[in-house]
Design a protein around this ligand. Structure first.
Ligand code: DOR
Length: 444
């Protein structure tokens, strides 16, 4: 019997749990229906993928898309356009919007605003605060919720829970893995006078490695005390990597492309406040320490921490300049360039961007190329060299710290639940993004 599919991806090099090999993929009703030699089968559309690598859809588990309230920087449409242009099939978006995403009402409004307006699939974190702590058990189980996010050191926006007593209350009531911005607020406040007006090289000296390590240690201790799981976002120090090696039972962690690619003081001398980010990009030995965390399997996921601000805002003299840079669109090309340079295997890249997020966050039917799973793919040309430019960046902020950087390895196609949402730099309309499904929220 001849099989018939909606779409066949023909002869791509498929990278999945089997390893790497040339295969066809049959897609029906947005799901992967068959993998293998499908030469006898027919399809509504057959797409030649010869010479291309088909990866499980890349999930970026930390982005800030600024809607509502800060939409002059980004919104859910522009941010997700940037995502799919960069080969990203799903994003987890952060709660430091205005108003903050801390109530059922603000959360539900975001889900509604993203539905079929975002180009990729999406989940939103709910901000954990002193005020909403009693509601977190229901809020964290809302469909489309990635879990609770807490800032324990202040960054962009008003979210902050800095003291152990309030943090303990949050830990006690929640069930899911929660995500943390780990910098110790008390130390950051004490060290504020260290900042040098007009000199962003003082940023990593003010927000030093001890502030990051202290915060991560406090979180691990609270997780142990309360029997909960934590996810430490954007690790910036070699000390945290060494420390987390011994706490993998309770703590997972994320690395970002900028902490793996840039180093101080060079990045501040070249890019000024464009390189200003929290936690900061630090010296090359920290960068090497985070790479060791990648090699040793300590790092679980990559997240871009896409944090757009306009060029006018970034042009304010340090420290009035806001922290953050775009990143969702450059995650795949930058990391493929590291693959080509021999610093990372393609298998580990897939582990960090698909299997890793699925494992940590209990995502239903994403993160693998397997029959029955969502047909989410990041299709890349590993040999293609391109120059990253501001013009290419679809984010409303309109800039990237990698403007002018030449990379080898490029996203050429993005498939979300069987739909080709980006192909060779063209984004398809209408957009069809939907909430990511989590095992803990399958039942509404
Ligand atoms: O540099 C940063 N910018 N770090 C954060 O944690 C927040 C982000 C933002 O939202 O601008």
């Amino acid at each position: 019997m001849n099989q018939r599919f909606d779409t066949i991806l023909k002869s791509g090099t498929v990278v999945n749990q089997d390893g790497e090999g040339i295969r066809d993929i049959g897609i029906s009703n947005g799901r992967i229906a068959a993998i293998g030699g499908l030469g006898q089968a027919s399809a509504g559309e057959t797409i030649d993928c010869k010479g291309l690598h088909i990866l499980p859809g890349v999930m970026d588990t930390q982005v800030h898309f600024r809607e509502p309230g800060l939409t002059h920087k980004e919104d859910l449409e522009t941010g997700s356009r940037s995502a799919v242009m960069g080969g990203v099939t799903a994003v987890f978006e952060m709660p430091n919007t205005n108003p903050l995403t801390v109530t059922e009402e603000t959360f539900t409004a975001k889900i509604k605003a993203g539905h079929h307006r975002m180009h990729c699939d999406f989940a939103f974190f709910i901000g954990g605060t002193r005020e909403n702590v009693n509601h977190l058990p229901e809020l964290e189980r809302a469909p489309g919720c990635a879990g609770v996010k807490v800032f324990i050191g202040s960054s962009t926006g008003a979210l902050l829970v800095e003291d152990d007593e309030s943090l303990r209350r949050i830990f006690q009531v929640i069930r899911r893995r929660a995500a943390f911005h780990a910098e110790d607020e008390y130390r950051l406040n004490d060290r504020k006078p260290i900042r040098v007006e007009g000199d962003p090289r003082s940023h990593p000296i003010w927000r030093d490695e001890t502030a990051a390590l202290m915060a991560t240690q406090r979180l691990v201790n609270l997780a142990r005390e309360t029997g909960k799981r934590i996810h430490v976002l954007h690790i910036s120090t070699k000390e945290e990597i060494e420390y987390l090696r011994d706490h993998k039972d309770v703590a997972s962690c994320e690395a970002t492309p900028h902490h793996l690619t840039m180093a101080a003081p060079e990045c501040y001398e070249r890019l000024g406040t464009l390189a200003q980010m929290n936690p900061p990009v630090r010296s090359a030995d920290h960068r090497e320490g985070i790479w060791r965390g990648i090699e040793q399997g300590i790092v679980d996921v990559l997240g871009s921490d896409h944090a757009p601000h306009t060029l006018e805002e970034k042009a304010k003299p340090y420290p009035a300049s806001p922290s953050g840079m775009t990143g969702v669109q450059t995650l795949v090309p930058l990391m493929l360039d590291h693959v080509n340079a021999g610093r990372l295997s393609l298998a580990r890249f897939v582990d960090l961007t698909s299997a890793g997020p699925a494992r940590l966050f209990n995502i239903a039917c994403k993160g693998r190329i397997a029959a029955g799973y969502d047909a989410d793919f990041t299709i890349v040309d590993l040999k293609r060299s391109e120059t990253i430019t501001n013009k290419w960046v679809a984010s409303r902020a309109g800039w990237t710290p990698y403007d002018g950087v030449r990379v080898t390895g490029w996203p050429v196609g993005t498939f979300v639940r069987g739909k080709r949402v980006m192909w060779q730099g063209e984004v398809a309309t209408p957009s069809t993004g939907e909430p990511v499904r989590f095992l803990e929220t399958l039942k509404a």
